[in-house]
Design a protein around this ligand. Structure first.
Ligand code: URA
Length: 305
């Protein structure tokens, strides 16, 4: 089991065990509100006394995910280190998760399209370039570019939507309550950003007021993600939330209708699931998310059918 939030493996083990018990017993899923590290202990203690922990909403700086409503679980684990590379690119995903009614951003740049082949082919150089990017109007309001967290050698790449206020401030993806919940979800299948997971977003700069990214902003940023996938070469990708799921699968339909199967992103196995912030608001999505994580674990273990 990977050491998780707060470097307190004992507590995290308890949370993971509790989540598994809930699933096995067919009880209502647990929903976590503010998963700050000191609260995890309290949560575990409370959770072990009663089957369901209710919540209201995520923290102040949280980015609400875009989404739409929506298997069975066999937990597994093991520390990760990358052992093999995925296949070669086969197709380019295309999508526009934002509503067609959204106008182009006022500050869209004429040079916003960039050829993936023109981007650096090493992680450090790509990151360096992205940190100074001004290809769309989001660069004007951001505090900093949020490029990645975790291990560039990781077996799994998690792709979220866009940075929120916490991420804009720290430069690190998924650092708020949703991020802590994401860490927990990953821990249930033995994964952690400390060693086995690389985390990034479709959009690298925070949309003002946490609004949904616009199609031209996604188009401007997508080549960075594509190159990121090429240089990290994960064994599997987990897309969390509608934008990421739609972009990487190329399917412009509700997440609930996309999830539940393994796709291929240019040769790399791709699983999609709900955004952790959505789970903090809708407990009904916890169970399918659990199933998606089991699917992902099966892909990494080579046991998916
Ligand atoms: N939500 C996301 O999709 N990404 C982040 O980095 C934070 C919240």
């Amino acid at each position: 089991m990977a050491e998780g939030a707060g470097g307190r493996p004992g507590v995290l083990d308890e949370v993971v065990r509790f989540l598994r018990q809930q699933e096995e017993l067919g009880l209502d899923p647990v929903v976590l509100e503010a998963l700050d590290r000191t609260e995890v202990g309290r949560l575990v203690a409370a959770a072990l006394r009663r089957p369901t922990v209710h919540s209201t909403r995520g923290g102040e700086g949280e980015r609400p995910p875009a989404h739409a409503p929506a298997s069975k679980a066999t937990p597994s684990h093991a520390p990760e280190s990358k052992s093999s590379s995925p296949g070669t690119p086969a197709q380019t995903p295309v999508s526009k998760p934002t509503s067609p009614a959204d106008p182009p951003s006022a500050a869209a740049r004429p040079d916003s399209s960039i050829a993936v082949e023109d981007l650096p082919d090493t992680h450090d150089a790509l990151r360096e370039l992205a940190l100074g990017c001004t290809r769309c109007g989001l660069s004007e309001d951001r505090t900093q570019v949020v490029f990645h967290d975790g291990n560039p050698e990781a077996r799994l790449m998690v792709v979220g939507e866009a940075p929120g206020a916490n991420e804009d401030r720290t430069g690190v993806p998924f650092v708020g309550a949703a991020g802590q919940f994401l860490d927990l979800i990953l821990a249930t299948v033995g994964l952690s950003r400390e060693d086995s997971v690389y985390i990034c977003n479709v959009i690298k700069c925070r949309p003002p007021g946490n609004r949904n990214p616009k199609p031209d902003e996604i188009a401007a940023c997508a080549p960075y993600l594509k190159r990121q996938i090429e240089v990290v070469k994960p064994e599997a990708i987990l897309a969390v939330g509608t934008f990421s799921a739609q972009l990487l699968t190329g399917k412009d339909i509700a997440l609930g209708r996309i999830r539940g199967e393994v796709y291929s992103y240019e040769g790399t196995p791709l699983v999609v699931t709900y955004h952790p912030a959505a789970l903090l608001r809708n407990s009904g999505w916890v169970r399918p998310t659990w199933a998606d994580l089991q699917l992902l674990r099966g892909v990494l273990d080579g046991t998916d059918a």
